[in-house]
Design a binder for this molecule. Structure first.
Ligand code: ADP
Ligand code: FDM
Ligand code: MG
Length: 231
């Protein structure tokens, strides 16, 4: 009876066990150019982890639901214009506003699968004229550091074959090619745990690799503190 009460106060056996175990969730990020398959793979990974009994939730950036996210969304939809530095800082602020929630979920033992993070922030803004990588990285320094960043590698011409680009800002092949180059520069940084995934294969083949890498990092991250990005 006492045990049932304890389990009830923890909201279930999963949370109770994680409390006893003191293990945290892993922060897993998927990056890549548009159409590389990030959203598809994030959804499949969360589903697969949940099916194997692991707590997992998806997050995406920009998170268009917040007030800052609404400003960003309107900019991306070309309903409003924002000065380039300003919108870069808004994208970063949109990540910082989620940090308390990210930390809370990780502490609760929930694995977070994130569709884009600061790397998209830097790659997209630094693809504009007059922006250095260094300037773009600054506002995101100190964010919770992902335990693993999987870069879905897809030749921009193959990405174009996956359907017409939409009408949002940045959805042109010339811009996407520059974004790809900036991602390649970011991947030279060995302080981040980058893994390059060949995204030109079938959805299932790509998923298999992503799932294996994620399971490994979930075990590794359990007993390590969350790091600080680019610090
Ligand atoms: P992203 O989030 O990176 O922009 P999506 O996951 O939205 O990419 O996928 C873009 C389009 O390509 C969707 O129509 C999706 O069904 C399709 N797609 C995703 N992965 C693959 C794949 N491995 N092979 C072929 N088509 C894919
Ligand atoms: N994007 C995304 C940025 O320019 N900066 C950022 O920090 C982030 C997270 O927003 F064009 C761009 C990348 C892409 C758009 O599109 C978001 P999706 O389809 O919601 O991922
Ligand atoms: Mg997407």
């Amino acid at each position: 009876m006492a045990l049932i009460k304890v389990l009830y106060s923890f909201g279930g056996t999963g949370k109770f066990w994680r409390f006893i175990n003191c293990s945290r969730g892993a922060l897993i990020v998927l990056e890549g150019v548009d159409r590389a398959g990030k959203t598809t793979q994030c959804q499949k990974l969360v589903q697969a982890l949940q099916q194997s009994g692991q707590a997992a939730e998806m997050m995406r950036f920009p998170d268009r639901a917040t007030k800052i996210g609404q400003l960003i969304s309107s900019y991306l939809e070309k309903k409003s214009n924002l000065e380039d530095h300003t919108v870069h800082l808004l994208f970063s602020a949109n990540r910082w506003e989620m940090v308390p929630l990210i930390r809370q979920k990780l502490e609760e033992g929930i694995n977070l699968v994130v569709d884009r993070y600061a790397f998209s922030g830097v790659a997209f803004t630094s693809a504009k004229p007059g922006f250095t990588l260094e300037w773009c990285m600054n506002p995101d320094m100190g964010l919770p550091k992902p335990d693993l960043v999987m870069f879905l590698q897809l030749n921009p011409s193959m990405a174009e074959n996956r359907g017409e680009y939409g009408i949002e800002r940045y959805e042109t092949s010339a811009f996407q090619r520059t974004v790809q180059q900036r991602f390649e520069e970011l991947m030279q940084d060995s302080s981040v745990n980058w893994k390059v995934i060949d995204a030109a294969r079938t959805i299932e083949e790509v998923h298999k690799d992503i799932k294996l890498l994620s399971e490994d990092i979930i075990s590794l991250a359990q007993n390590q503190p969350v790091g600080e990005l680019w610090r």
